[in-house]
Design a protein around this ligand. Structure first.
Ligand code: ZN
Length: 323
């Protein structure tokens, strides 16, 4: 009897040991598994954030944010951008120097001033350009297109359509590659001549209107921007920046309604508003926002016009101050 119970006891002890071993094994397995998962998560997060930065750099150029706009409106607030959204959004290196716009007190709208609004589209032509032109035609509104150089037939047709339908055609560099065009005055000149003569070949018009990729105040240029401004002055080419941003350049995904609201809340501040938008391939929301935006602008009695020789200059760095 005693022998049997001892055998039983031993079996029970062995079984407990086995169960304990299994428990320990299971716990270590779960522990390792959780560790691997966490490690994977961290790696993924790092990857995503680096990819996001790359995408933002590729997609964007002009960056101005609502906060910066508010500083423009505030007028005398300090120009510290380090904490603004501008640093975080699209092109982190493109930081606005908006002193020129702030100092432009003459452009601030009084109560009874008539508001002039210039809608501008950068980075096209693209698959979205036709839809933008259709909407403008529907409302019989003229705008301004700052285009880049594209050789395909579809793009050529778009340059021509912009001109034919009475919009203003402006240049936005041929290559739109900051590192190339802003590398030296020579490089800028080469790119400038390329886009100007290309647009002349395609449309028969000599273009005398320019928008710097990133704006005249961009902080990414390897060369002092005044070098390029001097060059444009000599060429008698006028450049325009912007004082109202739809926000479609930022990595923040605004809805169409938000793009409209961004514009509407700012155009009331200026007698002349130059609105920054984009008609590149990724800007479907801009296409969507355009109709409601035009309706809202017309609803408040604003005049929507294409940029011409009489348009009040909106420049971050004033051309007249560069000799
Ligand atoms: Zn651009």
């Amino acid at each position: 009897m005693e022998e049997k119970s001892q055998v039983n006891l031993k079996e029970q002890r062995d079984r407990r040991k086995r169960i304990n071993r299994m428990k320990k094994g299971l716990i270590s397995f779960i522990g390792i598994w959780m560790f691997v998962c966490m490690l994977l998560c961290v790696i993924l997060m790092v990857k995503v954030s680096s990819l996001e930065k790359k995408v933002a750099l590729l997609v964007s150029d002009e960056t101005i944010t609502k906060q910066v706009d508010e500083k423009v409106a505030g007028g005398n607030e300090g120009l510290s951008y380090n904490s603004t959204e501008a640093m975080k959004s699209t092109d982190e290196q493109v930081v606005m120097n908006i002193a020129g716009v702030i100092n432009d007190t003459e452009n601030l709208a009084g109560e009874n001033d008539e508001l002039k609004v210039y809608l501008t589209f950068d980075d096209g032509p693209s698959d979205n350009t036709a839809a933008i032109l259709d909407t403008l035609a529907k409302y019989n509104v003229k705008a301004t297109f700052f285009v880049v150089g594209k050789q395909d037939d579809e793009s050529k047709a778009m340059y021509q359509r912009i001109v034919n339908e009475g919009h203003t055609l402006g240049m936005h560099s041929y290559s739109h590659k900051y590192s190339v065009i802003y590398d030296s005055l020579d490089a800028f000149e080469t790119d400038f001549n390329e886009i100007q003569s290309y647009l002349y070949d395609v449309t028969g018009r000599e273009c005398r209107l320019y928008r710097f990729p990133g704006g005249s105040s961009n902080q990414v240029s390897n060369t002092d921007m005044t070098e390029f401004i001097k060059f444009l002055n000599e060429e008698q080419v006028t450049y325009f920046d912007w004082n109202v941003s739809s926000g479609d350049a930022t990595s923040q995904a605004y809805t169409a309604d938000e793009l409209v609201n961004n514009v509407m809340s700012d155009v009331v501040k200026y007698k002349t508003s130059v609105v920054l938008m984009h008609d590149s391939n990724t800007k479907g929301t801009t296409v969507e926002a355009l109709g409601p935006m035009i309706e809202a602008l017309q609803g408040m009695g604003a005049q929507i016009l294409p940029i011409d020789d009489n348009t009040t200059l909106v420049q971050h760095v004033k051309a007249e101050n560069v000799e």
